[in-house]
Design a binder for this molecule. Structure first.
Ligand code: ADP
Length: 472
């Protein structure tokens, strides 16, 4: 059955899920783009450092390096320090420049010179406290430097120009280091020159690029949110219009059935008068015709009250009036109605109804309508020669009614819809007369009395309907 409210609820959940999906997707795309840009900037910075350090290495005379390393030659040290200072001062952001060589311990290098090696105390005292702390002291020739935590220094720097992948941070700035080998006349690497460059600018730049990305995400999410809300509003308006149409249809059904009820019962009443001879004795032929007309009148009146019930259920105006119900006579009357139909159709009608049943508190009209509808459906949808079983039992304060037939069955794919208003299965639609009101009203009636109704069916084999109703 088409349930607008449920559909609208499901639509809201779907909208929220789509929106969430969009947000996740937009954030992921922006994050990937940001990371990509950051890597690109980092790569460019690394390339620049490699080019600086490689050029610097060509300016260093390897003989000076050897002299300082092996003979502690003062003049050569001065030359090296001057050259390192030039390199340092020629490049903005270049903080440290130094030369180191390998020792017997593969995890320890040794300083040969540093741009600051010969600086006076006033220059080295960076925090101006008059004392040269360890981290302020300039490396002196022979000072060791542990490289266990520097894989690039350990494995690459003495072979080719290279750059640290990770950033180093000290109390003054964040830096990136690059190294290039210093080679002798034979081309052997005898030491390395290293430079440490402050990358605060680079970090600031990366953070700056993050801003447009964030704005892009916010804009995207805003756009998607607006669009989704617009779609939801449109959907809600459409649902509202459909609901209104549905309500108007129910209202119309209710008005028409109410208007029909009075003339139909008047016709029934006049026919009854004619039949009773109130307007003069009728001959047999006339009596026969009047009886046929009364039958038609009864059917019309049943249909009108069924339509009335449908509209009551639709408008939520179904009124259950529970009263004392003698189940014995109740079933007796129903059987008396169904028996002739089954006989006429040549369907075997097997009843299994207890002899004595207690009084129940049920709505007579609705309960009768339900059971009678199930039984007459069973006869209607079962071909001649078939069987209909009606089993009734009382258990645990409940009335159990089972109506089983060997008829055409209900196609599996349509079973979900069979209790829907005016729904008729495809195998019945063009083959057998009907209107699709009965099961809709039966379900409404059973559930309004606190009971349950369901069925099992196999197309071509038969159908079994089950009803449970609390006796009180
Ligand atoms: P109607 O019988 O007037 O069409 P109902 O609401 O009583 O309306 O039943 C709805 C539909 O359910 C029927 O049209 C038919 O397709 C199917 N149906 C109901 N009872 C049976 C049954 N016993 N066997 C097969 N199909 C059934």
């Amino acid at each position: 059955m088409f349930d607008i409210k449920k559909l609208a609820g499901r639509n809201e959940i779907r909208t929220a899920t789509i929106l969430l999906g969009f947000i996740v997707l937009a954030s992921s795309i922006a994050f990937v783009l940001f990371k990509y840009t950051e890597n690109l900037l980092k790569e460019r910075l690394q390339e620049r450092l490699i080019s600086i350090v490689s050029t610097a290495a060509t300016h260093i005379d390897y003989e000076d390096v050897i002299k300082v390393a092996e003979q502690k030659d003062e003049n050569s040290l001065k030359v090296l320090v001057e050259q390192l200072k030039e390199i340092r001062d020629a490049n903005e952001n270049l903080r440290y420049a130094y030369i180191m060589r390998q020792t017997e311990d593969p995890l320890v290098l040794e300083f040969i010179a540093d741009a600051e090696t010969l600086e006076p105390v006033e220059v080295l005292d960076q925090n101006f406290d008059g004392i040269i702390q360890d981290e302020e002291a300039a490396p002196q020739p022979g000072d060791p430097f542990e490289i266990a935590d520097y894989p690039v220094l350990r494995d690459e720097a003495f072979y080719h120009p290279s750059v640290d992948r990770d950033l180093e941070e000290d109390q003054w700035s964040v830096q990136m280091s690059a190294y290039a080998p210093i080679r002798n006349a034979e081309g052997d690497s005898i030491a390395i020159i290293g430079i440490d460059v402050t990358v605060d600018d680079f970090l600031a730049l990366t953070q700056e690029t993050f801003l447009p990305f964030s704005l892009f995400i916010i804009f995207l999410i805003l756009l998607l949110t607006l669009q989704t809300f617009y779609l939801v509003r449109m959907w809600e308006e459409r649902v509202e219009a459909m609901r209104e149409l549905d309500r108007q249809k129910d209202e119309l059904l209710s008005i028409v059935s109410h208007q029909l009820a009075t003339p139909v019962s008047s016709i029934k009443w006049y026919l009854e008068m004619l039949d009773d001879g109130d307007l003069g004795e009728l001959n047999n032929d006339q009596k026969e015709h009047i009886a046929a007309m009364r039958g038609i009148g009864m059917n019309m009146s049943d249909l009108v009250s069924m339509i009335l019930d449908v509209s009551r259920i639709q408008l939520g105006r179904m009124k259950i009036e529970k009263q004392d119900l003698d189940l014995n006579s109740f079933f007796h009357e129903i059987i008396a109605t169904i028996d002739p139909k089954a006989t006429e159709k040549k369907v075997e009608f097997i009843k299994n109804i207890p002899e004595k049943m207690p009084l129940a508190k049920l709505d007579r009209r609705y309960t009768n309508m339900t059971i009678e509808n199930l039984l007459s459906n069973a006869v209607k949808y079962t071909p001649s020669g078939g069987k209909v079983n009606c089993d009734v039992k009382i258990e645990n304060g409940n009335l159990y009614v089972t109506v089983k037939d060997t008829g055409m069955g209900i196609p599996r794919a349509e079973q979900d819809k069979i209790f829907g208003r005016m729904y008729r299965a495809s195998n019945a639609r063009n083959a057998i007369d009907g209107n699709g009101f009965g099961l809709f009203v039966a379900k409404g009636a059973v559930e309004a009395q606190g009971g349950k109704i369901w069925f099992e069916s196999e197309e071509g084999k038969g159908t079994t309907f089950f009803v449970v109703l609390p006796l009180n």
